[in-house]
Design a protein around this ligand. Structure first.
Ligand code: BES
Ligand code: MN
Ligand code: ZN
Length: 521
């Protein structure tokens, strides 16, 4: 898909499809009104007949609109004008793209990006249009020997900006949108790949490809090196599988000062979670190929950040292995020693995510991090608590939790702050080791986070449990790439802070950046 930015009148577009909005009830947007005038009221006639009320997300494709140069005009319902916000804008863009794929038009010019969304500038309008479009067009059909879907993918989408003077901002927004979209695509592809292909070593090679493409540093450690680090907890999970584990480290030195403390992202990379000896039931077990969505989204967010050249130092760490039940596997009752020296009694081998993450957290200490954020499909209990809507957020630093909540809110990739109180820590007591790896069914997402917190004492840390949000089941089965948008927004906000800008939500961010740069010059 090729994107363009343009300013120009809708009636002059010589293209397969021009996309314009209609508010509820039957109120034409500026672009729709221009088309209506040139066509002597053709559009308002159609609307008067009641075929397009303007309800949010509805679409109507018109052919041969008089005096226009395009083959089709698509009307897109925007809902009530007063209620038209970020969420409604995204929904309208998504609906327009879905409808476009139902036509045979391969090129379109969209005027939705010209609309006004309160508190957001042109750059944001374009960025979000690109992100939503790429998200809506995503398909994973690599393993289909023939495409079973006749819908054609549009080849070129031109996004309109109101004025010529907006072109440069539009272009900036497009670059950011593409970077986020590419990061999300990477995360979805990795998530959707089957476990027999997306193995720990495959993830390692993927990290090396990212490093090569964006000239950053990758380090992929194998079994002997992980042993040398003393990661007894991580290795205990890996040893039940014939697949060798990998510890993947990617570094982006984007900050002016290379000695700036980095932001460390850690992603759970269980490329298949059978449960191990505490074997899972068969139903839906295929979905445990998604147990590396934490890894996939950390790699995706990292890719977006390097493509955007964010002025930050960022380290991505992925402990990757399979959780399988061979003769060498962990058994309930086994006791292992983590890299931190703390001992763990493994009461359930299916609580393996925390066993690999704890050693990755200890490993993160060597980077003297400003902040550490781990992302993991950690607990079924988190799905019970929050469903598939919110990501579970835990942190040992309330201000960090607030930053992440706000970032998620900004890009419709929301998280919910969960408690990490001492009372819950009690549940992890073991009679034989420093802690058990499970705390019982009640509050299972919380006790999992409590377990991790014991390895995150020396830095500001947050944990995102994406068990409910990382992928979808059912007829729309597939990875969502959440929380890539949240993470990239968080990093962007941190970059703004590093540049000396105050991060204020929902206002033109770009102006502040320019002012500060001017002052520095
Ligand atoms: N990867 C699973 C968590 C999971 C389950 C995510 C279902 C999404 C959907 C994790 O490794 C796991 O198995 N957790 C156990 C922990 C329990 C044994 C304490 C769980 O949630 O059942
Ligand atoms: Mn498990
Ligand atoms: Zn798991």
């Amino acid at each position: 898909m090729e994107f363009n930015i343009k300013s120009g009148s809708p009636e002059k577009q010589r293209v397969a499809c021009v996309i314009v909005g209609v508010y509820e009830s039957r109120k034409l947007t500026f672009a729709a009104d221009l088309l209506d005038r040139i066509s002597n009221g053709f559009i308002s006639d159609v609307i008067r007949h009641g075929d397009m009320e303007g309800k949010l997300g509805t679409t109507l494709v018109l052919h041969s609109v008089p005096h226009t140069l395009c083959d089709r005009v698509m009307l897109v319902g925007l809902g009530k004008e007063r209620e038209f916000r970020a969420k409604e804008y995204r929904e309208a863009v998504r609906a327009s793209i879905k409808a476009l794929t139902q036509t045979s038009a391969v090129e379109a010019v969209s005027y939705l990006s010209e609309l006004t969304v309160k508190k957001h500038d042109v750059e944001w309008m374009i960025e979000q249009a690109a992100v939503v479009t790429l998200d809506a067009l995503y398909r994973f059909d690599r393993f289909k020997s023939k495409s079973d879907d006749l819908a054609r993918e549009p080849r070129k989408l031109t996004l309109a900006v109101p004025r010529r003077s907006d072109l440069a901002d539009g272009e900036k927004g497009l670059q950011r949108g593409l970077a986020i979209g590419n990061g999300m695509k990477l995360a979805k592809d990795l998530g959707n790949l089957p476990g027999n292909i997306c193995t720990p070593s495959y993830l390692g090679e993927e990290a090396q490809r990212i490093a090569e493409a964006f000239s950053c540093e990758a380090e992929v450690l194998g079994q002997p090196q992980i042993e040398a680090l003393g990661m007894g907890s991580f290795l205990s999970v890996a040893k039940g599988s014939v697949q060798e584990p990998r510890l993947i480290v990617l570094k982006h030195a984007g900050a002016k000062d290379k000695a700036d403390k980095p932001i460390v992202l850690i992603g759970k990379g269980i490329t298949f979670d059978s449960g191990g000896i505490s074997l899972k039931p068969g139903e839906g077990m295929d979905e445990m190929k998604y147990d590396m969505c934490g890894a996939a989204t950390v790699l995706g967010a990292f890719r977006a950040a390097v493509e955007m050249k964010l002025p930050l130092n960022i380290v991505a760490i992925v402990p990757a292995c399979e959780n399988m039940p061979n003769g060498n596997a962990n058994k309930p009752g086994d006791i292992v020693t983590s890299m931190s020296g703390q001992t763990i009694e493994i009461l359930n081998t299916d609580a393996e995510g925390r066993l690999i993450l704890c050693d990755a957290l200890t490993y993160a200490e060597r980077f003297n991090p400003a902040t550490v954020i781990d992302v993991a499909t950690l607990t079924g209990a988190c799905v019970v608590a929050l469903g598939h809507i919110a990501t579970g957020l835990y942190s040992n630093q309330d201000s960090l939790a607030r930053e992440l909540l706000a970032a998620g809110e900004e890009v419709a990739d929301r998280a919910w702050h969960m408690p990490l109180w001492d009372e819950y820590q009690e549940l992890l007591k073991s009679p034989f080791a420093d802690m058990a790896n499970i705390g019982g069914r009640p509050g299972g997402s919380i006790t999992a986070a409590c377990f991790l917190s014991r390895f995150a004492k020396s830095f500001d840390w947050a944990h995102l449990d994406i068990a409910g949000t990382g992928w979808k089941s059912g007829k729309d089965k597939g990875a969502t790439a959440r929380p890539v948008p949240l993470l990239v927004q968080f990093l962007q906000d941190r970059a703004d802070i590093a540049l000396g800008n105050v991060v204020r939500r929902g206002r033109p961010r770009r102006e502040a950046v320019e002012t500060v740069e001017d002052e520095q010059d």
